[in-house]
Unconditional design. Structure first.
Length: 118
């Protein structure tokens, strides 16, 4: 398994979760990101972090609430999610690609369910 996501769960609105994605060394210099897919909806970009410079990008609806980070020594990328709301409920996937803006990631993790209750 090249990307292994974990950390999902059930949380009340306003709560926090931290997702983790362990990746193989082959992705060490890749841009890493998180996407999510809610029931009946298209998969959407959530956040990304580049290898060089650590530049980050977020979708507007999560800015100020979510933080993406990576530990290059541990080959792990994190998504800290605070102030969660029911609209954040989805399966979250980590992704990797050499494309710095992750237009069509080549590698995907298996997904981890995040459920936010009201």
């Amino acid at each position: 398994v090249q990307l292994q996501a974990s950390g999902g769960g059930l949380v009340q609105a306003g709560g926090s979760l931290r997702l983790s994605c362990a990746y193989s060394g082959a992705f060490r210099t890749y841009t890493m990101g998180w996407f999510r897919q809610a029931p009946g909806k298209e998969r959407e970009f959530v956040a990304s972090i580049r290898w060089h410079g650590g530049n980050t990008s977020y979708r507007n609806s999560v800015k100020g609430r979510f933080t993406i980070s990576r530990d290059s020594a541990e080959n792990t990328v994190y998504l800290q999610m605070n102030s969660l709301n029911v609209e954040d409920t989805a399966v979250y996937y980590c992704a990797a690609d050499s494309d710095p803006i992750l237009r069509r990631p080549k590698a995907w993790g298996q997904g981890t369910q995040v459920t936010v209750s009201s």
